[in-house]
Design a protein around this ligand. Structure first.
Ligand SMILES: NC(=O)c1ccc[n+]([C@@H]2O[C@H](COP(=O)([O-])OP(=O)(O)OC[C@H]3O[C@@H](n4cnc5c(N)ncnc54)[C@H](OP(=O)(O)O)[C@@H]3O)[C@@H](O)[C@H]2O)c1
Length: 293
């Protein structure tokens, strides 16, 4: 496939590029510097040059707290730019896959959020991402929305990389006991994004690793065990006590009715994905720590 990837320098973008290259695709990988997704002329030129069959949009402004204070930027990147990309896909006959978030839900529900649940985002980030979903769907019928959450991977900064950094620096970790989600391993997500691009069956998909989900605190503890990091001090806290600028859903566990209906195989369980991640993480840090001979 000829795959156009935006946000290719981010955590998911890198995993998507790596996976598509491994599958033998012709990949047009654009990081933020090479292509600003808010630049309509640059997007038009890139589409005219590359003539992709599909676009996987991994670009976003993911600073959830930052979005609360800069609404304009949040909507420009997470909403309007998604519409621009979708419109270019329609004009050039390409399919469009764009990533959304579990933060489109308010978190008041117990159990899993499915496509039958109405979104009700409580943060500007979630509101802008939901607006981006809708704008893309109206700009291009061949739009696949992939809602996901709690992504972890080797590249970039994410929840687990911060946990490991804090743990290594000897700081006490705040373990949120009352926030629940479904972790998603970036390489597994990348594989499913490509699969959905190829399938070209438009709709809203919820893509997360299999299993019942977990709390931030449990996720943190299991990650430390998997990475064999010992002696870390954990302080149990509630979500509200952190008083962050953006509200987060208390529960944002996702389940995908659509994937089940079309028999897409579930992604591996999040615990085995976590073990895979920790094994690679410890291998990398061990090799970095090796003395040069
Ligand atoms: N991480 C999670 O837990 C999570 C959960 C749910 C959904 N998501 C969604 O998953 C997708 C991928 O996120 P990620 O975790 O890979 O985040 P990330 O590592 O922050 O990657 C996002 C990338 O987008 C780039 N970007 C920002 N503004 C841009 C612009 N105007 N033009 C082009 N590129 C731009 C960023 O580049 P710079 O850094 O140089 O600005 C960054 O490389 C996003 O849609 C996000 O909303 C993430």
């Amino acid at each position: 496939m000829k795959v156009f990837v935006t946000g290719a320098g981010g955590m998911v973008g890198r995993a998507v590029v790596e996976h598509c290259m491994a599958r033998g695709d012709e990949v047009f990988a654009y990081d933020h510097q090479r292509l600003d997704v808010t630049d309509a002329a640059a997007i038009r030129d890139a589409f005219a040059r590359d003539k992709p069959e599909t676009t996987i949009n991994c670009a976003a402004w993911t600073d959830v707290d930052g979005c609360e204070t800069d609404h304009k930027r949040a909507y420009l990147i997470n909403d309007e730019a998604v519409g621009l990309l979708a419109a270019n896909c329609r004009q050039s006959g390409a399919s469009f896959v764009t990533i959304s978030t579990d933060y489109v839900f308010d978190g008041a529900k117990d159990g899993f959020y499915t496509q039958r649940d109405d979104p009700n985002p409580t943060s500007v980030y979630g509101q802008a991402k939901l607006a981006g979903e809708r704008r893309a769907q109206s700009a291009c019928a061949r739009t696949t929305i992939v809602r996901t959450g709690w992504i972890f991977g080797r590249e970039g900064r994410n929840f687990l990389s911060k946990v490991f950094d804090y743990a290594r620096s000897g700081q006490t970790l705040k373990a949120i006991e009352d926030g629940f989600g479904t972790p998603t391993y970036a390489p597994d997500l990348a594989r499913r994004l490509r699969e959905l691009a190829q399938l070209d069956l438009p709709g809203i998909y919820h893509v997360v690793n299999a299993g019942a989900g977990t709390s931030y605190a449990d996720f943190t503890r299991r990650a430390l065990v998997a990475a064999q990091i010992q002696g870390v001090k954990l302080e149990s806290v509630s979500m509200n006590s952190l008083q962050r600028p953006a509200p987060r859903p208390r529960n944002s566990r996702l389940r995908c009715l659509l994937s089940e209906a079309i028999n897409l195989s579930p992604l591996q369980n999040w615990e085995s994905a976590l073990n895979d991640f920790a094994r690679r993480f410890t291998d990398t840090t061990a090799s970095v720590a090796k003395p040069l001979t």
